[in-house]
Design a protein around this ligand. Structure first.
Ligand code: SF4
Length: 405
């Protein structure tokens, strides 16, 4: 694939790509913990940004068949009804949806109204990922969210009338949060019967307002033992109420897993459209300009918005499949992946061929099994509960071992 072609990633030969991600960077307010590039208070950019998206999408040349589309941000529902309809229409005319498509749109409870939800339904959005974060008004205020618990409950009830699959995002381990507050969040979330829940522990990322506040000792990070207690509380509470814990941070009822994310974790290809969006096509991972203005300038001038490309070798692809595959808790069939690895030479000297990589990974996996962090069942390898708690470290170690030259 010639990513540096006439107009970037989208002048490739006709192809079928199963997924697409579109990024909308606009928000009402930049929450103190958020490390995404967000345009808060720059609503005057939205119409031009939509024009840039339209141009970038037009470079796909013709409608493409997709199985999943994820519109994320930022907050796509922050757009006015008119702008939102323009966005939905763009997606509809740019892609042909498969019969069992999944179209997710990220939303904030404070943006939900009948008019916008009716538009989502009309255009076929069938999954809403709601940034609820908490039902505790003090916790929401600390997170600098612009909604309260009352708005969440009303918003979810309203959204359910229009969108069949509702997912709620929750955050735990915020400064001074007690286990009881988190238990109450879980209880109130489940009472709304969402088909999917994502639970994330708060992290302090460099460059965020929260990072600075922690440095100045205005905010205190949650102690590790309480963090773990909260994580396990979510796992046990949700499992007891019929949710499958299918990925480290994700739970689903009735098999309503996020198929878009599953496809990405499986190493399948996806288009990326919009500022900072990252895609994967023809063994190349590419990222669009992260600056909203930089992205818009490039596209509006008819130039390639891609700022970085990384060729993923067959060996690296298999290593990623192993690492991302293990994040899924239903287990990974490692034998076929190892067999595939054996066949990869990468055109490299023997020191870095697939067989060598397998020899580095196998003892590592064996050690994790021995330590009770990995288990094998019906030929599938998965993390144990103890393993999940240290999975970030283990996955980083596996990635390092796999890619060591
Ligand atoms: S609403 Fe979401 S994307 Fe926007 S600033 Fe807050 S956390 Fe970040």
């Amino acid at each position: 694939m010639d990513l540096a072609g006439e107009n970037g990633a989208h002048t490739t030969a006709d192809r079928q790509v199963p997924s697409a991600y579109l990024h909308l960077p606009f928000c009402d307010y930049h929450c103190g913990y958020c490390h995404f590039t967000v345009e808060a208070g720059r609503d005057y950019l939205i119409d031009e940004y939509l024009r840039a998206l339209e141009i970038e999408l037009s470079w796909l040349k013709e409608a493409r068949r997709v199985e999943t589309v994820f519109v994320g941000g930022g907050t796509p529902t922050y757009l006015s009804p008119l702008q939102l309809e323009r966005l939905l229409n763009l997606v509809r005319k740019s892609f042909v949806f498969g019969d069992r498509y999944e179209w997710t749109l990220e939303a904030n409870p404070s943006d939900l109204c009948e008019e916008k939800l009716a538009l989502l339904s009309e255009y076929g959005v069938n999954r809403l990922s709601l940034g609820v974060q908490s039902f505790d008004d003090e916790k929401l205020a600390l997170l600098e969210r612009n909604h309260n618990s009352d708005l969440v409950e009303k918003g979810v009830a309203l959204a359910k009338k229009y969108v069949p699959n509702i997912s709620l995002d929750l955050i735990f381990a915020t400064p001074n949060e007690s286990l009881q507050t988190w238990q109450n969040d879980l209880r109130r979330a489940v009472a709304l019967s969402p088909l999917h829940l994502s639970t994330y522990g708060l992290t302090f990322e460099k460059g965020t307002a929260f990072w600075g506040r922690r440095e100045r000792k205005e905010l205190t990070e949650t102690a590790e033992d309480l963090f773990i207690e909260m994580y396990l509380e979510a796992r046990h509470f949700l499992k007891d109420r019929g949710y499958t814990h299918y990925e480290i941070s994700n739970f689903a009822q009735n098999q309503k897993k996020c198929f878009h994310n599953i496809r990405c974790w499986q190493g399948e290809e996806y288009y990326a459209i919009g500022a900072g969006a990252c895609g994967y096509l023809d063994s190349v991972r590419y990222t669009n300009n992260r600056s909203t203005r930089g992205y818009m300038k490039a596209v509006l001038e008819g130039k390639d918005p891609i700022v970085s490309k990384e060729i993923i070798s067959p060996i690296d692809r298999i290593i990623e499949k192993i690492v991302f595959g293990l994040r899924r808790l239903d287990g990974l069939e490692i034998t076929p992946l190892f067999a595939e690895l054996e066949k990869c030479s990468n055109g490299q000297p023997v020191e870095v061929n697939g067989a060598k990589v397998r020899k580095r990974l196998e003892p590592l996996l064996e050690r994790y099994r021995h330590l009770g962090w990995l288990q094998e069942s019906f030929g599938k390898l998965s993390f144990t509960e103890e393993g999940i708690l240290v999975s970030d470290t283990l996955l980083a170690e596996m990635l390092a071992a796999g890619t060591a030259g």
